[in-house]
Every structure is written in structure tokens, then in C-alpha cells.
Design a protein. Structure first.
Length: 83
């Protein structure tokens, strides 16, 4: 029997922000890809894949910030799509 205990810590550098999302056309919750992935239970790498495919909204200046609402909407759409 193997037991795994996993903990994830979000530091101050990995926090959430509110910023204008030009795709949503409103102020939206933005998060770093790492934090956004944690919020919707996917890997940071998968978040970057979605960004590259332009499937989620993001802004890029000093750092990449993901529109959490677009990520949640996309996850909800993919979970209701029949296989």
C-alpha cells in the first residue's frame, strides 16, 4: 500500500489580480498560469498549451496572466461535451 500526501502552497508571487480582459471586455480575475491551473485542477503546462492554442484569454506584459473566468468557462465546456 502506498500513501501519498501532497500539499500545494501559493506564495505572494503566485497571487491573483483583477485586470481588464480585452476578450471578455470587462474587469476580470487574472492569475499566473500556475495559480490558474491550481484553481481549475489542471497543470501549469496545460494552461500554457491552452494559451498557445488561444483557447483561453490572457495578457502578457512583465508576466503572463490568465483570465480565470475564460479558463473556468473552457473547462466547463469541455466537461459537458460528449466524448
Amino acid at each position: 500500500m502506498i500513501e501519498i500526501d501532497e500539499r500545494i502552497a501559493i506564495t505572494n508571487e503566485e497571487r491573483q489580480f483583477e485586470a481588464y480582459c480585452s476578450d471578455c471586455k470587462k474587469m476580470a480575475q487574472m492569475a499566473t498560469p500556475k495559480t490558474a491551473g491550481i484553481l481549475v485542477d489542471i497543470s501549469e503546462r496545460e494552461v500554457f498549451r491552452l494559451i498557445e492554442r488561444k483557447e483561453i484569454h490572457f495578457i502578457e506584459n512583465a508576466r503572463v496572466l490568465v483570465c480565470v473566468e475564460s479558463l473556468r468557462d473552457r473547462r466547463a465546456d469541455s466537461s459537458t461535451t460528449p466524448a
